[in-house]
Design a protein around this ligand. Structure first.
Ligand SMILES: Cc1cc2nc3c(=O)[nH]c(=O)nc-3n(C[C@H](O)[C@H](O)[C@H](O)COP(=O)(O)OP(=O)(O)OC[C@H]3O[C@@H](n4cnc5c(N)ncnc54)[C@H](O)[C@@H]3O)c2cc1C
Length: 403
């Protein structure tokens, strides 16, 4: 983690002394207030939440993880997780847009070298720049350690020509981080990460975005092409795996899990408020053992995810080596568990309150939308892939040592 991010360990019990951004809650409240006004429209029309993005820029939250010394907000990992949870309580799409942007920004902060660093960091620090991610490819799916899209280098420029089947906010982004096969690759896993400004690329929309949930991520298929200066590579050519291990993997799993936990806990909170208000008390039997058990189970699932999230966060804050088997297992299991349990908690709540408030779109519980959104969690870097990786890691640890 960056210097700013590791300082999270230095927190005291006093909120006022907490490391990180002191007015984070106010900045997030400004964003959620705007987001709420446009939520239904963006979910209905599957359009990008431009108003909330504008507020993420105004509040400079898009520069959350850029250290203060470099002009950013100097946010900590704890700030990122808090933001993921808070935004997720309002809208999972918005939360994912934000945490994925922060993951990209952190890759630049940690791995961009001069002169790209001097070009990009001020833009990111100001909070004006929104970065989109281009890692998925049709042929190799979500596998980050492989790319079939060749990057050509000639006379100091790099030629980008790449299809991406799903790119969140790609038509609203100011810049892109793109994975491609290194110009010097001798194997598929020699992947480079390059940066491209929007104005350096032709960005062609190659299809539609008509998903079950996560509709406001507006994750269209794109074809992107253009020429960029040779220095716009992040880290070394062919060494994207190092960025995956130090930034993309940990921040993706921590950030996504925060977004999912926020979404599911927002759903539980709205259900509890409904049950406790006078009309709810009349409509529901609050002594029903079935209802109480279902509420308890939903809470139990979320406590499990929260505990795992905070445990993994603490490990990240200690500046861990993620190549250690038990650390990798913990990180992967956070993602797997958060994806399953947050979705299952919302299922539980739907059964608890029934059709009117569990299944219909116009219920104030928002359970119908939360369920659709959370259904994507196991697919977003598929749990199947992670189970295979974890199975291999298990074989390396026959004594079953937990971190
Ligand atoms: C809301 C949302 C937003 C996204 N935004 C972006 C974005 O901005 N940029 C971007 O690049 N990507 C984005 N993605 C894509 C994401 O990162 C994953 O690449 C994608 O979800 C994986 O899709 P897949 O199921 O088709 O691919 P795969 O992971 O390839 O899986 C396809 C199927 O094959 C199985 N499978 C494949 N390989 C293996 C294996 N080795 N072991 C076991 N099973 C396997 C899987 O279980 C699954 O059933 C987004 C995804 C979502 C849901």
């Amino acid at each position: 983690m960056t210097t700013a991010m590791t300082t999270a360990t230095a927190t005291t019990s006093e909120d006022a002394d907490r490391a990180g951004v002191p007015d984070l809650a106010e900045r997030l409240a400004a964003v959620t207030q705007v987001a709420e006004q446009h939520l239904d429209r963006h979910d209905r029309d599957a359009t990008f939440p431009e108003e909330a993005l504008a507020e993420l820029r105004n509040t400079r939250l898009l520069g959350l993880l850029v250290p203060k010394e470099e002009g950013g907000l100097g946010g900590t990992l704890d700030d990122l997780i808090e933001a993921g949870i808070v935004l997720g309580r309002t809208d999972m799409s918005l939360s994912m847009i934000f945490v994925m942007h922060c993951q990209q920004a952190e890759a630049v902060v940690r791995h961009a070298a001069s002169p790209l660093r001097e070009e990009l960091i001020p833009l990111l620090a100001s909070g004006r720049m929104y970065l989109a991610s281009v890692t998925t490819e049709s042929g190799k799916g979500a596998d980050l350690f492989k790319s079939e899209a060749p990057l050509h280098e000639s006379e100091g420029t790099l030629e980008v020509d790449r299809a991406v089947p799903i790119s969140t906010g790609g038509t609203s982004a100011d810049g892109f981080l793109i994975t491609m096969r290194s110009p010097y690759a001798t194997a598929d896993h020699h992947v480079s990460l390059v940066y491209a400004h929007r104005h350096q690329l032709d960005v062609e929309v190659a299809g539609e975005w008509r998903p079950l949930g996560m509709r406001a991520t507006h994750s269209l298929p794109l074809r992107i092409s253009g020429r960029i200066p040779g220095h716009q590579v992040i880290g070394e050519h062919g060494a994207f795996h190092r960025i995956v291990q130090s930034v993309f993997g940990p921040l993706a799993h921590l950030g996504w899990s925060a977004a999912w936990l926020g979404t599911a806990s927002g759903a539980l909170s709205r259900v509890l408020h409904l049950l406790r208000d006078p009309a709810g008390r009349k409509r529901f039997d609050l002594r029903s053992e079935l209802l109480l058990t279902r509420l308890s189970r939903a809470r139990q699932r979320l406590e499990t995810v929260h505990a795992l999230l905070r445990r993994t966060q603490a490990l990240a804050e200690s500046g861990t080596d993620w190549s250690v088997t038990s650390h990798q297992l913990l990180l992967n299991n956070l993602k797997i568990t958060a994806a399953e349990e947050c979705h299952a908690a919302v299922q539980e709540l739907i059964d608890a309150v029934g059709l009117k408030h569990g299944y219909l779109q116009d219920s104030p519980t928002g359970l119908e939308k939360a369920l659709r959104d959370l259904r994507s969690a196991v697919l977003n870097f598929s749990n199947d892939r992670l189970h295979l990786a974890d199975g291999r890691l298990c074989l390396l640890d026959p004594d079953v040592r937990f971190h």
